[in-house]
Design a protein around this ligand. Sequence first.
Ligand code: HEM
Ligand code: HEM
Length: 181
Amino acid sequence: MANIPRGERYSSVAIAFHWAIAALVIANLIIGIGHDAIPLLRALMGAHTSIGITVLALTAGRVAWRLAHRPPALPATTAGWEKGVAHATHWTLYALMIVMPLTGWMLVSAPASQRPFLWFGLFTVPELPVSKELADLGHNAHGVLGWVMAGLVVLHIAAALRHHLILRDRVLVRMAPALRR
Ligand code: HEM
Ligand code: HEM
């Protein structure tokens, strides 16, 4: 697993960003989607806002790293349409990693809401200067795009498992943290 040459796997920084953000986004999708029905998840809504702001900050670092470091090419056997779907999914996920936190931040900045909020109880996150109309737009977008993101994440995980279990190539392994180098 660790024997993949450097140029054929993601860098350790890209891998660390990927899995840290994946864990935080999956946690936020579960908390967000379940908070209306499940009291335990409702109790975690304070953490949901802080996790979301963390995703935004990590994504800024990740995108900067990604623009400066070319990822490994997909296997030569990958069909053109598969490359197209993979790239479209990845760039839509990047966009949602920015738009979901921003629309969440807009909705909690609504003039009538309880604000400002604390990042994990440590420091104040300033409110965004939004009107009620803009905050409502953010609220609606946050609800709809949350489901779009959940769908894309399921598709993305299914694609990763297809590569690993059916096509038996190295696409999943090259995004796995190397235990030995
Ligand atoms: C990775 C980032 C985020 C993801 C994936 C995410 C996801 C979600 C989802 C799926 C929902 C449920 C939507 C619905 O069906 O009503 C939700 C609700 C909510 N989110 Fe986020 N969220 C993120 C970031 C944020 C941030 C940064 C804030 C605030 C600073 C925030 C505040 C809220 C609030 C207040 C709700 C409840 C809205 C309501 O009850 O109508 N979210 N979130
Ligand atoms: C919310 C969760 C996740 C998000 C937002 C996400 C996002 C992304 C993005 C944007 C890329 C493209 C990296 C690039 O080349 O710039 C990527 C690559 C990848 N992800 Fe995820 N991911 C998530 C979860 C997962 C999970 C759970 C798995 C495994 C089961 C996984 C496996 C992979 C693999 C194997 C690649 C590399 C694909 C390739 O080499 O072309 N991801 N992910």
